[in-house]
Structure formats: C-alpha cells, structure tokens
Design a protein around this ligand. Structure first.
Ligand SMILES: [Mn+2]
Length: 282
C-alpha cells in the first residue's frame, strides 16, 4: 500500500479568500501531489446555497478520484481547500462499518434552510446524512452516512438551528468544554472507546479545530480550541491501531498563516508516511 495525495483547489464552499491558494502554496514549498482537482469558475450561479454547482462538481470529481484510490487499495489523503470537499471524499469512502471522525471547531451540520451564511463548507455532515442541497445529494448518493457513524470532536461554535439538528439526530459529539475537562490521554481513550465498534475510520481534520493561537492559517478561526498535540496524538494513535481508511486535511489558508498551521499540516502528513508509506513521486 502507498498513500496518494489529492490536492483540492476550492474556496467556493466558504466564499472566503485564501483556501483556494493552499495547493499552490504547498507546491511552491516542494509538496508533491498525485493529483490536483481545481474548481471550475464557469459553473458559477446565483443559487440559494453559495456556488452549489461549483462545489457539487468538485465533490463529484473528487469522489471519482478517491474511488480509484480505494479500488487500488491505496490510502487516500485529501488536502484542501474548504471543508465542503469532504462531501466528495466521504461519498467515496462511506461504508456501513466505518466511522467518520470530524475534528473541527464547527459542527458543519447545517442544512440549506438552517444555514445563516448559505456557505456549503458548513453543511457536509448534514448532506452526508442525506439532508442537503439536491446537487450535493446527487453526488453523495444513498446509502447515506448514519448519524451514529459520526463523531464530532473539538466543537465550540454551533448555530442554534444546527445545534437542534445535531440533538434531534443524536449525532455523537465531543465538545471543546468536554475535552478541556480531561487530560490528553483520557480524551484520546474516550474517542478510541467510542470508535471501538467500527472496523475503520475516515478522519476529516479541519485545521480550525486547533486554537488560533497555535494555528492562525485558517478562514474561520474560533478561540479556545485544541492544543495541536491532541489531534496529532489522536490521529497517530488511530493509525497505530490500523483503524484509519482515509484522511482529509482541510481549510489551510496561507494568507492568514505565520508558518504554524503549515507545520501542523506537515506533521499530519509525516504520520501518514510513517504508517502508510510515501506516494509514488515522493
Ligand atoms: Mn469544517
């Protein structure tokens, strides 16, 4: 098995300047990608959900690319780009025995109706459960991910209707308050225990889960977040237990970074290489 990296050039899911520059920034620093998927600005529209056709098209092409990697039994790493891309990567990796560990400051569980901003980077969890814009559901396709397959981790910013959606659907969630009431080792054990029933896990790692003091290079920072050692140790532990099927690393915004977010991204990729081997071109 080797790991294969897909870079996704996308900011149309958030409409904020920066995430679309992540892949060019990483290429300039010598990163190697096996494949790069770029959003198509010609699909711009004035839809209710911001840029729905651009986002759905990226998600669809990403889904096909990840399906190929899955068929080859290689390990897909998807680097973004805004978090809307996870609709495509998870559409390819979903499996009834697989959990989705969503490491994020935000719940990303808005529907088009509940969303205040109409930005789809806040909607992938709900869409993957089958509650979303038709253009996204056409890409994701049934069977959708069951609420209990998710574990939201690091959450500290929810819209009111989004919080209601999470509660009504009983989506498992570990908030930042809960994380701070435990030691690092305890909280990692709690996550491992919650994932025990699943044979594997897709990790969707949003860099804004980390406290902006340590990781300023994101588009929608929220104070009082994770110390970087928590997600890094958690991710490493899941790799060590051979649980990880696939990984997204999203929301890197080089326009806001001072080098610290980049280091966290690099460290995450170092973990992938340690357990899954390097890409062909590395
Ligand atoms: Mn997110």
């Amino acid at each position: 098995m080797s790991s294969r990296k897909i870079g996704v050039v996308l900011n149309e899911g958030c409409g904020i300047d920066g995430p679309q520059l992540a892949i060019a920034d990483l290429l300039a620093r010598g990163f190697v990608f096996d494949e790069i998927i770029e959003s198509n600005p010609k699909l711009k529209d004035d839809s209710f959900v911001l840029n729905r056709h651009i986002v759905a098209d990226v998600a669809d092409r990403l889904k096909q690319a990840v399906l190929e990697i899955r068929e080859d039994d290689d390990f897909p790493v998807i680097i973004g780009g805004d978090h809307a891309l996870a609709m495509g990567s998870i559409a390819a990796m979903k499996d009834s025995h697989r959990a989705v560990l969503w490491i994020d400051a935000h719940g990303d569980s808005n529907t088009p109706e509940s969303s205040l901003t109409k930005r789809s980077h806040g909607m992938p969890v709900a869409a993957l459960m089958g509650y979303g814009d038709d253009a996204f559901l056409d890409v994701i396709e049934p069977p959708f991910v069951r609420p209990e397959q998710f574990l939201l981790f690091g959450i500290r910013s929810l819209d009111d209707l989004e919080a209601k959606f999470i509660e009504e659907h009983n989506i498992p969630m570990i908030t930042m308050d809960e994380i701070l009431s435990h030691s690092e080792e305890e909280i990692i054990d709690i996550v491992l225990e919650k994932l025990r029933a699943f044979t594997s896990v897709h990790i969707s790692f949003d860099l804004d889960s980390i406290d902006p003091v340590y990781s300023p290079g994101v588009s929608t920072p929220v104070a009082k977040g994770l110390h970087p050692s928590i997600p890094l140790k958690l991710i490493e532990r899941l790799f060590k237990e051979e649980k990880v099927s696939s990984l997204d690393i999203v929301e890197y915004n080089p326009l806001h970074d001072n080098g610290n977010t980049l280091v966290i991204l690099e460290e995450t990729l170092r973990i992938v290489r340690r357990y899954k081997g390097v890409s062909k071109d590395e």
